[in-house]
Design a protein around this ligand. Structure first.
Ligand code: TH1
Length: 826
């Protein structure tokens, strides 16, 4: 069979010898070393530098094209961008992977070793940050004028170590030895004001004018990370702001007293961009976090306006034609009052004109319904840090309340619900309400989630502005999540459907007709087997644990959270262990349960669950009575680059959140794309995955959203399940012994307590039996090799919908109204 060539035309054609020469040149001239002295780290940097030459040329052409065409652009505001590693991605997207591989080979260096030198750029927590990274990949690939704006954290998400089974957090220092991709742009430094007070002045013709006298000014230094589109023609930018001291401190304000309290001095300019808050789906409520949010929004808005003014001067009339800003959750919502401030106080537009501009510029994506993740800031805190913004927020709210009163005259209950301000002991500013009110479009991230956003979170907003709330189902970039991370499967796919699927993922459908083809099944499963061997080697290296690659590789990778229910998987693992101990002939196909998860450092129960998984793993893995059938591997420091190794090797994908809690999930898409079969609840994008692959090719179990609600309403009693189901009782009681924690009985009992005494909020026990039964179906299906191969192939074949290119196309058509702008030759 001959491999079909891709239609992909790459801009860059550089030969192996040219690439080699470039790497050597950089080894000599950029790194000041030579071939004999260089270690892998130096080779990595030299290879990046060789690549960066191509990247920067693409960037220059792209920026020139956008400038000359004066294009409308989307500005993606996100507090998180989880980029991972860039070298292999950039090589892939330029079509230079094989060239680089051969060039380095001739230099006696292994590209795969060199790639391992790159620290992950982990400027995000999980799904939300990685989604932003996939989206900017798609935007660049689709020739769309776009820029990502975020924070240049000095320390990204912590590095996780496991000591004695427990998570220990270590600082992440991704740029300690220099980052070869980022470019500092001192010419675009911005200044941002904080603290101080507002002066009310009466201008000419009696117009009230407000002047903010800031107490502090910090500098924002932009660092640009080039984002290479597939094909290498279009290169966009991710612009990240680093805070620096401006040397400005307003002594007048300070001496006037009262405005600047002692804490202000504590917020040193440079701490603003020092560290990423490690909380996924929890609102931090901390002053520094609000300052971070404001800092990057204010810098980014100034940057956008500077660029606009260069082309249009002081004429604001075309601003909304040129600029659309997507708010990635409410983290950048403070940009709304900031733009109002600029327009009203600075540009001196009247309120209505300013508001008309604002509400044509912003669009907002909601990523969660979890109450603990919905951001609220104490009004007093905003007043202290951003006194003028609080006034503006009150004014926005005041005018909005009038609108509400027109629709629901005299209805104070609706008003209280829709108000940006939550009254109570402490007045709070609800950033979700502000975002909906200040945006022209609001979207959820999967069908069911968007439906729940309309029904449960913002029903009155939906009634007030029909059509404003919509859905854009998430997606993932197939360049990183199949082509780059699973080259063997990619090559096999190329042979069947051609090599254009990375740009048009629906073409994977073409694999479906081979789902029953014995030869193809063998080839497909052979690739899986090889990938499992690679992961087995990684497990050996990392945990010194031997695993059998004939076993089912059952993978659960995601942040640790009770709603994601890693402890449901744990209870089932303990139950299997118990069944095997009670009956050594218990009939099951060997299985390796593989976990990757970080817990927020302050989330006690999440850390307890990590500890419990590790303790149970230790016992099982060392128990010769069962460990030919059962193993558990918790791989430390889960991150993008580790995901790239785990996903291609997975047979089973665990997506077992309580229905209604996981907005979308994106790991579910990555795993299915690589031929893993989902064990999942009817939650988030699992539902849409099930629709695509069909009921025979997924293991759905458990309560639906409606059933969850009904059960909670009727009064859920977890003890009923404990007493009714002997296995649940045995396993939970086991946790209180010292069986898994010798000499320390009760070391795992907080989990039992949360499930029984604290009410099992996420219905783990209610779903246990259905889960255990679904796992029996998995076991049975896997033993039928042909059936399993067919299922796996169908999963890959039917993932076309979940390319982030489709998500971006949805945003383009329904929200952004953007046109692509291919980069001119020359
Ligand atoms: C995640 C959602 O939990 C997940 O279901 C979804 O696929 C992903 O976003 C992308 O849409 C979220 N991550 C965060 C992180 C923070 C706050 C809210 C959310 S929702 C800090």
């Amino acid at each position: 069979m001959s491999g079909k060539k891709s239609n992909l035309q790459t801009e860059v054609t550089i030969s192996k010898s040219e690439f080699k020469a470039s790497v050597v040149k950089h080894l000599h001239c950029t790194l000041g070393t030579d071939e004999n002295k260089a270690n892998n780290h130096a080779w990595w940097k030299a290879t990046c530098a060789a690549m960066q030459e191509q990247v920067l040329e693409g960037l220059r052409k792209t920026q020139k094209t956008h400038y000359l065409n004066d294009t409308r652009a989307v500005h993606y505001f996100s507090a998180e961008f989880l980029m991972g590693r860039l070298l292999s991605n950039n090589l892939q997207n330029f079509g230079l992977f094989d060239v680089a591989n051969d060039a380095l080979n001739e230099l006696g260096v292994s590209l795969s070793d060199v790639l391992e030198e790159e620290p992950d750029m982990a400027l995000g927590n999980g799904g939300l940050g990685r989604l932003a990274a996939c989206f900017i990949d798609s935007l660049a690939t689709m020739d769309l004028p776009a820029i990502g704006y975020g924070i240049h954290y000095e320390h990204g998400l912590f590095r996780q170590e496991i000591q004695g089974g427990a998570q220990i957090e270590r600082p992440d220092s991704w740029r300690d030895y220099g980052n070869p991709w980022e470019i500092c742009r001192p010419e675009s430094i911005q200044e941002v004001s904080l603290y101080g007070y507002v002066e009310t002045k009466y201008g000419e013709n009696g117009r009230i004018q407000k002047e903010w006298h800031p107490g502090h000014i910090v500098k924002g230094v932009p660092w640009d990370i080039p984002v290479v589109g597939y094909g290498g023609k279009n290169v966009n930018v991710l612009r990240l702001w680093q805070s620096k001291s401006s040397g400005y401190f307003n002594w007048d304000v300070f001496n006037a007293g009262g405005y600047v309290d002692a804490q202000v001095e504590n917020v040193q300019a440079e701490t603003i961009s020092k560290v990423l808050y490690p909380n996924d789906e929890t609102e931090a409520g901390k002053e520094l976090r609000l300052i971070q949010q404001y800092f990057f929004c204010a810098c980014s808005l100034k940057d956008i306006i500077r660029r606009y003014k260069r082309a249009h001067g002081d004429d604001w009339s075309r601003f909304t034609d040129q600029v659309v800003i997507q708010l990635n959750d409410t983290h950048p919502a403070i940009a709304i009052p900031e733009l109002m401030r600029i327009l009203v106080d600075r540009a001196e537009l009247d309120w209505d004109s300013a508001w008309a501009i604002c509400t044509k510029v912003f669009a907002y994506t909601n990523h969660t319904l979890l109450p603990e993740a919905l951001e609220k800031w104490p009004a007093r805190m905003i007043e202290k840090i951003l006194p003028r913004h609080l006034e503006i927020i009150y004014e926005i709210n005041h005018r909005f309340m009038k609108e509400v009163d027109k629709k629901w005259p005299g209805d104070n209950e609706v008003k209280a619900k829709l108000s940006i301000i939550e009254e109570g002991n402490e007045k709070m500013v609800r950033m979700g309400n502000l975002s909906v009110i200040g945006s022209f479009a609001v979207n959820g991230v999967a069908e069911i989630h968007s439906k729940l956003v309309k029904q449960n979170l913002f029903p009155e907003f939906d009634a007030l502005w029909p059509g404003k709330l919509t859905n854009v189902t998430n997606g993932i970039t197939p360049r990183r999540w199949l082509k780059a991370c699973n080259p063997s499967l990619s090559k096999l796919i190329d042979k069947k459907v051609g090599a254009d699927w990375p740009l048009d993922l629906k073409q994977l459908e073409g694999l479906a007709k081979y789902a029953d083809n014995k030869t193809f099944q063998k080839q497909f499963m052979q690739v899986k087997q090889q990938n499992k061997e690679v992961l087995a080697a990684e497990i050996k290296r990392s945990l010194d644990l031997d695993v059998d690659t004939n076993a089912i590789f059952d993978v659960q990778i995601k942040r640790l959270h009770e709603y994601k229910r890693q402890h449901l998987a744990l209870l089932h693992i303990m139950a299997l262990y118990r069944r095997l101990l009670e009956n050594p002939d218990y009939d099951m196909h060997p299985r390796v349960f593989i976990f990757g998860a970080k817990a927020a450092p302050g989330y006690k129960l999440a850390k307890d669950i990590i500890f419990a998984i590790n303790k149970v793993a230790e016992k099982i893995n060392n128990d010769a009575r069962v460990n030919n059938k059962l193993k558990v591997a918790f791989l430390p420091n889960y991150r993008v680059s580790l995901a790239e190794k785990m996903i291609p090797a997975a047979d089973v994908s665990e997506q077992i959140s309580t229905a209604g809690k996981e907005a979308s999930g994106t790991g579910n898409m990555k795993l299915a794309l690589n031929g893993a079969i989902t064990v999942g609840t009817l939650d988030g994008a699992n539902i849409e995955i099930a629709e695509e692959v069909g009921d025979d090719n997924i293991f759905i179990f458990g309560l639906t959203v409606d059933e969850v609600n009904a059960l909670k309403k009727s009064g859920y009693k977890p003890y009923d399940y404990y007493y009714k189901n002997a296995e649940i009782k045995a396993v939970l009681d086991w946790m209180e012994t010292d069986y898994f924690t010798p000499g320390k009985p009760g070391a795992l009992s907080s989990i039992k307590q949360s499930l029984l005494d604290h009410g099992d909020q996420y219905l783990v026990l209610a779903d246990y039996e259905a889960y255990s039964e679904a796992q029996k179906r998995v076991d049975e299906a896997y033993r039928d090799k042909e059936r399993w191969a067919r299922m796996a192939i169908i999963n890959t074949a039917k993932m076309g919908k979940f390319t982030s290119d489709r998500s971006i196309q949805d945003y383009v058509e329904r929200v952004w109204k953007l046109k692509s702008c291919p980069v001119n030759k020359a």
